[in-house]
Design a protein around this ligand. Structure first.
Ligand SMILES: Nc1ncnc2c1ncn2[C@@H]1O[C@H](COP(=O)(O)OP(=O)(O)O)[C@@H](O)[C@H]1O
Ligand SMILES: Cc1ncsc1CCOP(=O)(O)O
Ligand SMILES: [Mg+2]
Length: 267
């Protein structure tokens, strides 16, 4: 039987049986996130309307919820999908984009946290603020180093009984007991919009593939981004060429290369 214990093995398993991932994401991210999932080997569906989001969650293998371009109608769809995912035991991922910016966002995220996300993925400023800390985030952009968010992530993971992933120059993942850091990526990544949102969707795809190893799935998704990002940066002249090279690098990344190059260390 094939082992699924390494990021590479998980990537291979995902491609052999592409999971249907319901992505409730923002207008900015929809196109690039769908392309990221297709390049990596998963099957994305951007379905957010309140009239169908819950029903669709019933057929998806994982749900991802991102509050980037929020409206009241979208919140209804998010809650419906999250409820179905939680009640049917499917993994769902929360991306609390700029939740600290307005009361509307803060309230929406508080309600979503109560619906028990399996994984929370955000940048350092978002995770610090979720744990009640003072973040320096500016709109959707982080202004805090990941190291500063590590204690917040551990606290949040324990409190929510979720896996928490903090991304930035060196990523950090914890389930409250275990924790790892993942090196790689490129300084060009935060200069291309919605790559973090796209990563949230990819975390959903890996979680759908290995729902019995949510921590490992999250680490595998972040490692995939780290190595594809490094590869794409090699020939990139700037954010524009990085963007298309990144999709190509994701599609070209194979299991062996991922396992050989992933730099994951205990934290
Ligand atoms: N300075 C950096 N160096 C290398 N990789 C980075 C850097 N900043 C962000 N990344 C990578 O970019 C991706 C998106 O993360 P991030 O920019 O933190 O999310 P968001 O877009 O939600 O703010 C992640 O894979 C992360 O590792
Ligand atoms: C620019 C912007 N505005 C609202 S959502 C969004 C995209 C944010 O993407 P990311 O969190 O991946 O940087
Ligand atoms: Mg983000």
């Amino acid at each position: 039987m094939q082992t699924r214990t390494t990021p590479g093995a998980m990537l291979k398993a995902m491609r052999e049986k592409p999971p249907l991932v319901q992505c409730i994401t923002n207008y900015v991210a929809m196109n690039i996130a769908a392309n990221v999932l297709l390049a990596a080997g998963a099957s994305p569906a951007m379905v957010h309307a309140a009239e169908e989001a819950g029903e669709f969650a019933g057929i998806a293998s994982a749900v991802t919820i991102n509050i980037g371009t929020l409206s009241t109608q979208w919140i209804d769809g998010m809650q419906a999908a999250a409820k179905v995912a939680t009640s049917t035991g499917k993994p769902w991922v929360l991306d609390p984009v700029a939740h600290y910016a307005t009361a509307f966002r803060r309230n929406a995220v508080a309600d979503l946290l109560a619906l028990r996300p399996t994984i929370i993925r955000g940048n350092a400023s978002e995770i610090i603020a979720l744990a009640g800390g003072e973040s320096r985030g500016q709109g959707v952009d982080s202004r805090d180093p990941v190291e500063q968010a590590e204690s917040s992530a551990r606290w949040l993971a324990e409190r929510q009984r979720a896996v928490v992933a903090v991304t930035g120059a060196v990523d950090f993942v914890t389930d409250g007991e275990r924790a790892v850091r993942i090196e790689g990526g490129s300084v060009l990544m935060p200069r291309v919009t919605a790559l973090g949102c796209s990563l949230t969707c990819l975390v959903g795809a890996f979680a759908a593939t290995v729902p019995d190893d949510i921590f490992g799935a999250t680490v595998a998704a972040l490692s995939t981004f780290a190595i594809a990002g490094e590869e794409a940066a090699l020939g990139a002249a700037g954010p524009g060429s990085f963007s298309w090279r990144f999709l190509d690098a994701l599609a070209a990344l194979d299991a062996e290369t991922l396992d050989a190059r992933a730099r994951i260390s205990a934290a």
